[in-house]
Design a protein around this ligand. Structure first.
Ligand code: G6P
Length: 611
């Protein structure tokens, strides 16, 4: 949530920062801005996407070897030029960018108002900046010292980067709860919310930890804790290629990422699923096998699309491992004073590994003795570092704000984990286990086949793109897919959509059905096939329009449905890996048809680092 970029070194800072902001735009795009320091400290900011800032600066001589930039997802204060970052302190000496929320900003603001400060924005950032600058002036201390003092009083989550007019070669940064990566070049340093703005310049990076403060000059990186003790930076090598974060000939990142799924699922299975030996190798699971086998209960915490992957996992773990599972919205779980026992295993699912609610939820559970297992996409992310063990999804960088390939990779990891545990516990027999392993191994090829012909989905998207509402229905493993289908459509097309268990539809949503309502049934062949056919009849009897996602070879449902999408047949345990893909494509093509920015839907952000 919010992207930050900063640079200090021998290059012109503005082009580096601008390019970085474009890469980080998925984190928020309500406004953007830069602060540059040459003879003067100059701040430029603009409401809207980074392109609006770029246009406003065409023709300006933006000379500077140091600078900070920000792309915002609004929390405190509406999207506007004046609420855009960077903010300038009242003294005009300091400019600051911030990602996160300062929870006690109102109290700090009152203190500053009493001292006569005047605020030019509605943001918590401007309050924190003036709080720091006030300490600097009153204590006659360095900015670094002022930051240290200030942060001891601050409640909330933050990454801040400060540019000081009087020190044109120094950036001061600090973090708690929001991510910050520093790229180390030759005589230069790059700072960013994730590695994507950095990789074309250097592969050597340092991830800053909570409560650490960095003093960054062209040739120097000093890390300290809030107690002013120096910390040795841990330099890591980035395992990321530039091509992975570019569109590669596709119109949008979202469609590129949908089409990457045969590879990303394959990469996720590779080295883990050993079909010939009939086994699954997962280091993180093996190291904690004893605890996982004896788990009294698995609690899955996640948000958004990752929460839907968690719902599929509930079916998987209960059926294959006979372990009771609860799936929790991280935001509710963290505040509910939940009962957590040492025998519980928490699985945190997160693409970014930075979602604030999920991070805090696992920290709470950890305090109470639970084992924390992360299913995560971003290597080295905050949740990865806070987990005892885990498995990466290896889907590569996901840039489209609506999650696609990360979801199927999460499903692949969770399915492998459930099969492995089931085999180990003996809760599935060898024949069933072998069958499931081969079903899973076939998924990348089946996804490839499915993506070979998407013309029907495009046609259906066109036909229903003017609908006001959609209903998505599924049963069993396909119920979470219905939720995910509805979420994708809302995110990308702004059309209202609801996902429901197909049978539960009778208890409310059926009242919405008329001859205008498209109802998407995810009705691949499974144990509930006859039941869902009855549900389709119930919709047809009320003249609803049925779009059915069915297994190849289904002769019955196509007779009843208005429109049909075929997916390759598969065991119901792995079916969501296939049935979700038409959901992604339907949302994508409707969004495109409506002329919307599918990669950056309004109001959303990819990495939600505020609660
Ligand atoms: C945001 C994104 C969603 C994502 C959710 C959880 O809302 O727009 O696509 O599913 O956050 O993110 P996480 O990184 O924890 O999976």
């Amino acid at each position: 949530m919010c992207g930050i970029v900063a640079y200090v070194g021998g290059r012109q800072a503005y082009p580096v920062i601008l390019k970085g902001l474009k890469r980080l735009e998925y984190r928020g795009y309500d406004s953007s801005g830069v602060a540059l320091l040459d003879e003067e400290l100059a701040v430029y900011k603009k409401k809207g996407k980074v392109a609006a800032l770029e246009d406003s600066l065409v023709g300006k001589a933006l000379q500077s070897r140091i600078g900070i930039g920000h792309t915002r997802w609004a929390t405190h204060g509406e999207p506007s030029d004046r609420n855009a970052h960077p903010h300038l302190s009242a003294s005009g000496k300091l400019a600051m960018i911030h990602n996160g929320i300062i929870e006690n900003y109102a109290q700090l603001k009152q203190e500053l108002l009493k001292k006569g400060y005047v605020f030019h924005s509605d943001t918590d950032t401007e309050v924190l900046l003036n709080f720091i600058d006030d300490i600097r002036e009153n204590n006659h201390c360095s900015v670094e010292e002022a930051v240290r003092i200030a942060l001891k009083r601050v409640v909330g989550a933050y990454v801040i980067v400060i540019l000081d007019r009087d020190h044109p070669d120094t950036l001061i940064a600090a973090r708690k709860g929001s991510p910050l990566v520093i790229g180390i070049g030759k005589g230069e340093h790059f700072l960013a919310s994730d590695a994507s703005p950095i990789i074309e310049y250097t592969k050597e990076v340092v991830y800053i930890n909570d409560y650490e403060l960095a003093i960054i000059r062209p040739d120097e990186l000093i890390l300290k804790n809030l107690g002013n003790e120096t910390i040795t930076p841990y330099v890591q090598k980035l395992d990321l290629e530039l091509a992975a974060i570019e569109k590669g000939g596709f119109d949008h990142f979202m469609i590129k990422e949908i089409f990457e799924q045969p590879h990303t699922i394959f990469d996720c299975l590779r080295g883990r699923l050993e079909l010939e030996q009939g086994r699954i190798r997962m280091k993180g699971v093996e190291e904690h096998m004893d605890r996982l086998m004896k788990a009294d209960r698995i609690i899955i915490v996640a948000c958004g699309t990752s929460w839907h992957a968690g719902l599929v996992a509930e079916y998987l773990f209960e059926e294959l491992c006979r372990i009771p599972v609860e799936v929790e919205y991280a935001s509710e779980f963290r505040y509910r004073n939940p009962v957590i026992r040492p025998g519980d295993v928490i699985i945190a699912i997160s693409q970014s590994g930075e979602t604030a609610d999920t991070l805090v939820a696992i920290e709470k559970a950890k305090e109470q003795g639970a084992l924390i297992f992360g299913v995560l996409n971003v290597v080295g992310s905050s949740i990865a570092r806070a987990s005892h063990a885990g498995a990466y999804t290896h889907a590569g960088p996901e840039i489209g704000v609506a999650s696609t390939k990360a979801f199927t990779a999460q499903l692949a990891v969770l399915t492998m984990m459930a099969i492995k545990l089931g085999m180990e516990k003996g809760s599935i027999d060898a024949v069933r286990a072998r069958h499931l392993l081969s079903e899973l191994a076939e998924i990348p090829e089946k996804v490839r086949q499915l993506l070979e012909n998407t013309e029907d989905i495009k046609r259906i998207a066109l036909k229903y793109s003017k609908a006001r509402d959609f209903l998505y229905l599924g049963r069993g493993y396909n119920f979470p897919v219905a939720l995910e289908g509805a979420l994708k459509l809302k995110e990308i097309s702004y059309i209202h959509a609801e996902g429901y268990p197909a049978a539960e539809m009778k208890h409310g949503p059926i009242a919405l059905v008329d001859d205008q309502l498209p109802v998407v049934f995810i009705a691949t062949r499974d144990a509930y096939h006859e039941k869902i056919i009855s549900n389709i009849q119930e919709i047809k009897a009320r003249r609803g329009k049925v779009i059915a996602v069915v297994s190849e070879g289904d002769m019955v449902i196509p007779q009843m449905a208005d429109d049909v999408i075929f997916v390759p047949s598969a065991d119901e345990v792995v079916a969501p890996l296939l049935s979700v893909i038409p959901m992604q494509l339907l949302a994508y093509h409707i969004g495109v048809e409506l002329g919307l920015d599918v990669d950056k839907p309004r109001n959303l952000a990819k990495s939600v680092t505020v609660e």
